[in-house]
Design a protein around this ligand. Structure first.
Ligand code: ZN
Length: 425
């Protein structure tokens, strides 16, 4: 698979980080009083603290925890927290600058790599790569594929577009019916620079004319998508799938991962284990609470039933050994609180250490970037998070971006609340 590493500017020279407790992202137990050496932005040494070297800038991180930069495998960074009416009244550049702020807050939450699964266009990825703005390294689906009237189709019954679908710079929706439509849409997404292809094999929540139980992209069309990306060096194919039938269609068609998966039957779980299909349960979005003062009693009851069914489904998948990667659906979930998902993953049966691996090395694997990202090991990029709280004792504390005291990306300091790294001596 020819996954492109999304780049960012890197630091020059040598830097040593010493004294922190290292949680390296591989699932290995924490290492107290560790040393990590970075050279020109890459990790060159990981191990016990060595004798100090003269002339090598060294940062003392005693009393802190050092982790890999996190990977959020499911975000929508172009969904900004304003009403559709406000958005429509804005100039395009106001939207672009607000997305830039979302990129910054996501990075400052500890997410150094993010996969945007609908909405974000390649200009943002390229601006991060050039260093024009700070933000996570970006992998993009650009748009998702569904049939007419499916999850990707914003058109209302009378043919009009809802206000949320009229945004400056939004990519065209991936509405496909025939195989010919699928071929043309996948090839044009690849031409535009998609790093992943997202299909909706079920209906969704919040799209105007469909229902979660509706059939979306079929198993044969998933297979066709996998074939098409295979002709162009390969890209991960991921499926939005809310029902068991939708998950089966995606898994059998060859998708690398399932987004949501709230109604899994045990046979489908066994199939995912057999094929190594990754589950991205986006629990932060599943479990978000509706406002009881505005939601109807019926809506609240539906919500409670969905929570219970979804949690049961994901718990059984985790217990059976389905690989899990962290994804939040940020945009629906508030931006900048991505690591709230870690405590949610613990809620469905992962240990805090495994939740961290789901948010680091597993995410990098899913994106095809594990050779360079996802753990603190020699040969990898120096994407690091410095935590002020013990993430194994209180994994929920990382939800608060203030617990993330510093963030490095390719060795470059992009957040440093305590001035620790910036004043290295
Ligand atoms: Zn989503």
């Amino acid at each position: 698979m020819a996954a492109r590493l999304p780049t960012t500017p890197h630091a020059d020279g040598v830097l040593r980080l010493v004294g922190a407790t290292l949680v390296d992202g591989t699932g290995a137990p924490p290492r107290a009083d560790a040393e990590v050496e970075l050279r020109d932005g890459d990790v060159t040494y990981v191990g016990p603290r060595r004798a100090p070297a003269a002339d090598v800038p060294t940062v003392d991180l005693s009393g802190r925890w050092l982790l890999p930069g996190f990977v959020d495998a499911h975000v929508h960074l172009s969904m900004v927290p304003t009403t559709p009416e406000e958005q429509r009244a804005r100039f395009p550049e106001e939207h672009v600058l607000e997305v830039a702020e979302v990129l910054r807050s996501t990075l400052h939450a500890g997410v150094t790599t993010a996969r945007d699964l609908d909405g974000l266009t390649p200009g943002y990825r390229d601006a991060v790569a050039r260093g024009t703005v700070v933000g996570p390294r970006l992998h993009l689906a650009i748009a998702m594929l569904s049939p007419t009237g499916g999850h990707a189709d914003p058109v209302r019954p009378n043919g009009s577009l809802p206000a949320w679908a009229v945004r400056p710079g939004m990519p065209a929706p991936g509405v496909v019916d025939t195989d010919e439509d699928v071929v043309r849409t996948v090839r044009s997404l690849l031409r535009t620079g998609a790093d992943a292809i997202k299909v909706s094999t079920s209906g969704g929540v919040g799209s105007p004319t469909d229902d979660p139980d509706d059939v979306g992209i079929t198993e044969d069309q998933v297979r066709l998508v996998v074939h098409l990306v295979g002709e162009r060096g390969g890209r991960p194919v991921t499926a939005h799938a809310l029902t068991d039938a939708a998950v089966r269609a995606a898994v059998l068609g060859g998708a690398a991962s399932i987004e949501h998966g709230y109604d899994l039957h045990d046979e489908t779980i066994a199939l995912m284990v057999e094929r190594g299909t990754v589950l991205v349960p986006t629990l932060s979005t599943l479990l978000r609470e509706l406002d009881p003062s505005t939601a109807s009693a019926e809506r609240l009851a539906q919500r409670a039933a969905l929570h219970a069914r979804g949690l049961d489904s994901v718990r059984r998948a985790v217990a059976a050994g389905v690989p899990v990667a962290l994804g939040t659906d940020a945009g629906v979930h508030p931006h900048g609180r991505n690591l709230a998902e870690l405590a949610r993953l613990v809620q469905v049966g992962l240990s805090p250490l495994d939740a961290i691996t789901a948010g680091t090395l597993q995410g990098a694997r899913l994106l095809g970037l594990e050779a360079r990202l996802g753990s603190v090991e020699p040969g990898k990029a120096g994407d690091l998070v410095v935590s002020g709280v013990d993430p194994l004792a209180d994994v929920g504390a990382l939800a608060d971006a203030a617990s993330v005291r510093a963030v490095l990306q390719a060795g470059r300091v992009v957040k440093d609340l305590d001035g620790l790294v910036t004043t290295a001596s």
